[in-house]
Write a protein that binds this ligand. Structure first.
Ligand code: ZN
Length: 345
């Protein structure tokens, strides 16, 4: 098969497009012929090398994808050749205490497609049958490939962890990012009032069209002060954190008394300044969140279908030009998902 892969960790110049051996599905897996795949920040981290993560090289990245089943393992009963599918990019053992109680993203051996196993930047990928769902019928192949990781992440953050309710207020930092845009889509549909930030007026304008009630340009205004002003000095009920060092203090100062800050990432760095007095005096809940359980996944896919949610697509490139997609993500220029289209040869 054709694939985008790298043979050594480093920058985007190390990515190559060429032939790799076809994967073979295990007993409980299916083989998916991909129609499209999508980039995540994670793919850049994996390319650069994550301390402590030893990969078998060459490695194929990519957690997100959508396509058709072309082969099924001998134990797979529900799925058949020709089914159009999307899949949960998480990998879990199914046996540990967390998996047994249905908290798969807490699995002691938790991993991700494209990180701990060969990913979706290829014509073919092997996926566990229990990770599959039918492709939502209102989405194109590009959209179907673009929503799984970010919508799953945002769903667990808002619905499962923060228990967001209609009528509550939410602050979402950095509205160009995939998780931030998914959080905006889900939170507005739940009935929350969403305030977003960006340093790019174009992204703020787009966010208003997508349903943001208020926008803050963080280059022009102090985010926490502006949030206080927009909420009658109260602060927001929920803060969606993906950035870490650049935004953490603003998150602490923007949360209402009893507010919840839910974090799934630290794209600007993992060691922010901290202010514990704000945490205990305002009785804040700091909630961690990673990917989602099988129940989160099915709840999210059902909501995407029922509410006809769509991911925002920044650009679409052929898989053979995937290096340009990685480079665009590294420059942080994107508004939404960068999709790689896979043409079956
Ligand atoms: Zn497990």
């Amino acid at each position: 098969m054709q694939a985008l892969y790298f043979t050594a960790h480093g920058g985007v110049e190390g990515l190559e497009f060429g032939t790799r051996p076809d994967p073979h599905p295990a007993r409980d897996e299916v083989l998916v012929r991909l129609r499209a795949a999508a980039l995540n920040h994670l793919d850049l981290f994996v390319l650069r090398g994550i301390p402590g993560l030893e990969l078998a090289l060459p490695h194929i990245g990519g957690a997100d994808g959508a396509g058709e089943i072309v082969a099924v393992g001998e134990d797979v009963r529900v799925w058949k050749i020709g089914d159009e599918v999307v899949f949960n990019p998480g990998l879990w053992c199914g046996e540990c205490e967390y998996c047994r109680r249905g908290d798969e993203s807490l699995c002691v051996r938790f991993g991700l497609l494209g990180e701990h196993a060969p990913g979706t930047f290829a014509e073919l990928v092997a996926v566990k049958a229990e990770a599959l769902s039918r492709k939502p019928s209102h989405l194109s192949w590009e959209e179907a490939a673009a929503f799984p990781l970010t919508f799953l992440t945002a769903w667990r953050m808002l619905v499962t962890r923060a228990r967001l309710q209609a009528g509550e207020s939410v602050l979402v930092h950095g509205i160009g990012g995939g998780v931030a845009l998914a959080a905006l889509a889900i939170a507005t549909r739940i009935g929350a009032r969403v305030i977003v930030t960006s340093g790019d007026e174009r992204k703020l304008e787009r966010a208003r069209v997508l349903g943001a009630a208020e926008t803050i340009d963080y280059r022009a205004a102090d985010v926490a002060r502006e949030v206080r002003r927009l909420t009658g000095k109260r602060g927001v009920d929920v803060v969606v954190e993906t950035a870490g060092e650049a935004t953490w203090m603003a998150s602490l100062k923007s949360a209402a008394k009893g507010g919840r800050i839910v974090t799934c990432g630290a794209t600007t760095g993992p060691n922010p300044a901290e202010e514990l007095r704000l945490v205990f005096w305002n009785q804040l809940s700091i909630l961690g969140s990673t990917m989602g359980s099988r129940a989160d996944w099915s709840g999210m896919v059902e909501a995407v279908e029922r509410w006809e949610l769509r991911p925002v697509i920044d650009s679409t490139l052929p898989l053979s030009d995937g290096r340009d997609g990685y480079a665009r993500m590294a420059r942080g220029e994107q508004l939404g998902k960068i999709v790689l289209k896979v043409d079956a040869s």
